[in-house]
Design a protein around this ligand. Structure first.
Ligand SMILES: *Cc1c(COP(=O)(O)O)cnc(C)c1O
Length: 420
């Protein structure tokens, strides 16, 4: 439509879209015609899939359980949890998730995005402070922006800066408390466990210690850790050997390592009872289909099998070893997320397109998802990959990654985190 006859609204949409295209940041969806797995079909082409968060390969395998549960429960939940959508399937899954992650109680949410937004907003009020790692997931950032609390970020993994900000806050509050009408202002510290675009791991033991010292509440989003780290995949609390009270607000999602759909908050019974009262994204949305909740139990059961995690960790070690021999610039990640930093948007897109031509699917992640100039290929490994598929990826990368993006240093061993 010519701009001369466009309305201000059309103008706004067109301008923003055009700017996205100009910056090489235009996003497009890919349409699958197969199940999730290490091999997928896309637009008639078979691709080896290195983009999925289905780290244990459980997304496809829950089909029989789901079919069985659907016979019993049908498709829809019919309503929200507080009206008539709450079933014994939800109850059972909540109890199993609490037990698996080592908490007294858990509360199901329909998605991780909603769990994060709901939890942050139920917990905080005007005058409080929310402190977040700069690279936290968008849903955590959005949760804080939606709240009425003050919101500050600290540099990625920079716990000295976090501590400074907390101390500064304490001083401010002491001054403020001399005015009697103020209710007590509190602080919430929020971090990803494994960072979704970098794959590195927060030092949750350190976070816990700092929060206890400063009387701040700690909330950790373990979307990429549940199923992958900790004893039997119990997640980040277990990986750092913390008690439930040392990591009081735990967020887990069911769509990644657990291969399904949904999310939950785990904590003590008081927290969970409180969230049922005050978490709006819990209250004002349709409950997860009960058949999905029930089918999740069988995937949760599969986490007991350590062989899946052993295979996954072998793949991670193998990929890092081989990639580092090729001089590829790995990031300090011990997780299934193994990004290769490219920098420039167009270059990242071009390499991703060429990989696709060769039957390999690796997404290029660009701003605004990641900071400017840090476009990358986000490679994710799963237990379902075969070593030969990883070899195919490595030899293609060897041909496609220019020398200018390689280093001579051997960076196979990440400096931090030996918890996997
Ligand atoms: C994927 C993700 C979420 C969102 O979970 P959904 O269930 O997909 O909405 C939240 N936090 C992190 C860190 C994630 O990676």
């Amino acid at each position: 439509m010519p701009s001369s006859c466009s309305t201000p609204w059309q103008q706004r949409l067109n301008d923003a879209s055009q700017q996205r295209r100009n910056l090489n940041q235009w996003r497009q969806r890919s349409t699958l015609s197969s199940q999730q797995g290490p091999l997928v079909e896309r637009d008639g082409q078979q691709l080896i899939n290195f983009c999925s968060n289905d780290y244990l390969g459980l997304a496809a395998s829950g089909a029989a359980a789901l079919a069985h549960s659907a016979q019993r429960w049908g498709l829809g939940s019919g309503a929200s949890h507080l009206v008539c959508g709450h079933s014994s399937a939800h109850e059972e899954l909540e109890q199993a998730l609490a037990k698996h992650t080592g908490y007294p109680a858990a509360l199901l949410f329909s998605t991780g995005y909603m769990a994060n937004v709901g939890c942050i907003n139920a917990l905080t009020q005007r005058g409080d402070l929310i402190l977040q790692d700069k690279l936290n997931h968008a849903s955590l950032i959005d949760g804080a922006l939606l709240s009425r609390a003050d919101f500050l970020r600290y540099r990625h993994l920079d716990y000295a800066q976090l501590q400074q900000r907390l101390e500064h806050r304490q001083q401010q509050l002491q001054q403020r408390q001399q005015q009697p009408q103020n209710t007590q202002a509190l602080t919430l510290v929020v971090s990803d466990s494994i960072f979704s675009m970098d794959g590195d791991l927060a030092d949750v033991a350190r976070l816990s210690q700092i929060c206890q010292q400063q009387q701040a509440l700690l909330m950790v989003d373990d979307a990429h850790g549940l199923g992958v780290i900790g004893t039997h995949g119990a997640g980040v609390r277990s990986a750092f050997d913390l008690g439930a009270a040392q990591l009081p607000v735990y967020i887990g999602t069911l769509g990644k390592g657990l291969g399904g759909f949904g999310a939950f908050v785990a904590g003590d019974q008081n927290l969970i009872d409180y969230l049922v009262q005050f978490a709006r994204p819990y209250i004002y949305t349709t409950a997860l289909p009960p058949a999905v909740a029930e089918a999740m139990l069988s995937n949760l059961e599969r986490l007991q099998d350590d062989a899946l995690r052993q295979t996954l960790n072998q793949h991670i070690r193998y990929f890092r070893q081989q990639a580092s021999q090729l001089g590829l610039q790995l990031m300090p990640s011990v997780s299934p997320i193994q990004p290769l930093m490219i920098g420039d948007e167009a270059a990242a897109m071009a390499i991703s397109a060429e990989l696709q031509r060769r039957g390999l699917w690796v997404t290029a992640i660009r701003p605004p998802t990641v900071p400017d100039g840090s476009s990358r290929l986000r490679i994710t490994l799963t237990a379902a990959h075969a070593t030969e598929q990883i070899d195919t990826l490595l030899s293609a990368l060897d041909e496609l990654i220019p020398e200018s993006l390689r280093s001579a240093t051997d960076n196979a061993l990440p400096s931090q985190g030996s918890t996997l």
